[in-house]
Design a protein around this ligand. Structure first.
Ligand code: TXT
Length: 426
């Protein structure tokens, strides 16, 4: 298998550095991570957060690294997404974190600010091959702390047959969604949209659609409490109260996937990580062309979807004899060859410009949709608190859905919690 340029250059650089260090024992005597022949060696535990549909591919990729480096033992552990951020922090504070961690874009600055992950500026040989928006999430205080793996955003997944049965077009705005709702309910006999009520990441397109955002990091200003924030909560409440959308306050991801895959709803908002699971669903497994993907509908002030994605970071407490192998593994999982495989096998979006030039990637229908979408995804504030902004927002969104808070009250309460998290922000 052809190694990616990045990987070859990296492994050569590490081997050269090791030789320069005069390390030839490989048993960690002077922390080289090289055996007598200069071959990479060591043990790397990799905590992977990929989902059920993805994890088989990521485990195989980890095994393939061992085939390239027989003296490296990679221990693949799938830990799922839900509480992975806390799990890593707790493990790191106990000195037991994995050498390599699949790190969500909002976790890098958090882990780096706590000095839990290793600077990786010496590892990268081809920084200019990364998409700027993906690279941006790896930076903290001018240093590189992670290597990009996949980038993503939210989009509108729709069931072509159900919309055709209703005689409606794919809605490009919330107004069009509302205007087509009766036809979808009456002619196709399903709820038009599943709206995630238990995860406020899915609230962001409604906020961006009203011209708002959670914060203005440049101005160190909390903005969720502004009129756009109120309007976004009002939009969500209106869609649910009018029956245009349905939701759940728990298990939203699974409920959304089941409702859409079974044809109980015509549309859902989701990302590239959901493609594999959706195409295995009852409505699409025998007819993949029945799945359509379009930009998330616009609001009254514009259209927008958030940037998400995943990087690889290396635990700062990695034993010296394992550090070279950990860095080489992180670089491999961020390499062109691995990114090409995760697109070919899972339709995930690469973070490297060079990979988009490969025919199998260029011709992937989901890439053809999602690449323009990620190129215009709304950049988020990669501040250490970025991840923590969702907990208060989740609580207020649930209150609005349960009629336990007004849209205005929810927006103001969220803003108040943010000002506690972001000391000194206006
Ligand atoms: C804890 C944020 C977005 C995809 C697989 O892994 C909380 O539980 C925080 O970061 C957003 O970017 C996108 O790729 C797929 O492979 C605990 O109780 C925390 O995670 C996230 O920042 C993601 O970019 C994978 O692709 C607190 O004490 C926080 N959780 C945001 O998370 C996208 O992530 C796929 O990921 C603790 C959480 O809020 C997240 O949305 C994600 O979809 C993944 O499965 C301390 O504060 C509540 C929220 O969902 C969206 O789900 C998930 O499907 C924070």
């Amino acid at each position: 298998m052809r190694r990616g340029i990045g990987t070859t250059a990296l492994v050569a650089a590490i081997a050269l550095a090791a030789t320069a260090c005069g390390s030839d024992d490989g048993d960690g005597g002077n922390g080289s991570g090289k055996d007598a022949s200069g071959e990479l060696s060591g043990t790397v535990t990799f905590w992977d957060t990929s989902n059920e549909a993805e994890k088989g591919v990521f485990e195989t990729l980890a095994e393939d690294f061992e085939k390239k480096h027989p003296k490296v033992d990679v221990k693949y552990v799938n830990i799922g997404f839900d509480d992975a951020q806390n799990k890593f922090k707790n493990a790191a504070n106990a000195g037991e974190a994995p050498e390599v961690m699949r790190t969500e874009v909002a976790w890098v600055s958090d882990f780096a600010s706590l000095q839990l992950i290793e600077p990786l500026g010496d590892v990268v040989e081809d920084e200019d091959d990364y998409l700027p928006q993906a690279w941006g999430s790896t930076q903290y205080e001018g240093e590189t702390y992670a290597l990009p793996q996949v980038t993503d955003t939210l989009a509108l997944f729709y069931n072509k047959e159900l919309l055709k049965k209703a005689g409606v077009e794919v809605p490009t705005s919330i107004e069009e969604l509302k205007n087509s709702a009766d036809a979808i309910k009456d002619e196709a006999g399903v709820t038009p949209l599943y709206l995630r009520g238990d995860d406020s990441y899915w609230f962001l397109p409604y906020l961006y659609g009203e011209g708002g955002d959670l914060v203005d990091a440049g101005a160190e200003k909390v903005t969720i409490g502004d009129p756009a924030g109120v309007a976004a909560f009002e939009t969500v409440k209106d869609l649910l109260d009018s029956g245009v959308a349905e939701t759940d306050l728990t298990d939203g991801y699974a409920n959304q996937e089941r409702a859409f895959n079974n044809g109980d709803v015509a549309m859902m908002v989701n990302g590239p990580w959901a493609i594999a699971g959706t195409l295995a669903g009852e409505q699409f497994k025998d007819n993949p062309d029945n799945l359509g993907v379009a930009p998330v509908f616009a609001g009254s002030e514009g259209q927008g979807a958030p940037q998400g994605g995943w990087n690889l970071s290396v635990y700062a407490g990695t034993a010296p004899e394992n550090m070279d192998a950990a860095k080489a593994f992180a670089a491999y999982m961020s390499s062109p060859e691995v990114q090409q495989r995760t697109t070919e096998e899972l339709s995930l979006l690469p973070t490297r410009t060079s990979v988009y030039e490969v025919d199998s990637v260029k011709n992937n229908q989901m890439v053809q949709f999602f690449k323009p979408a990620v190129d215009k995804a709304v950049q988020r504030a990669w501040i250490p608190q970025a991840a923590s902004l969702f907990d208060p927002l989740n609580k207020e969104l649930a209150k609005v859905i349960k009629d336990a808070a007004s849209p205005k009250g929810a927006a103001e309460s969220t803003a108040k919690e943010y000002r506690k998290l972001l000391e000194g922000w206006k």
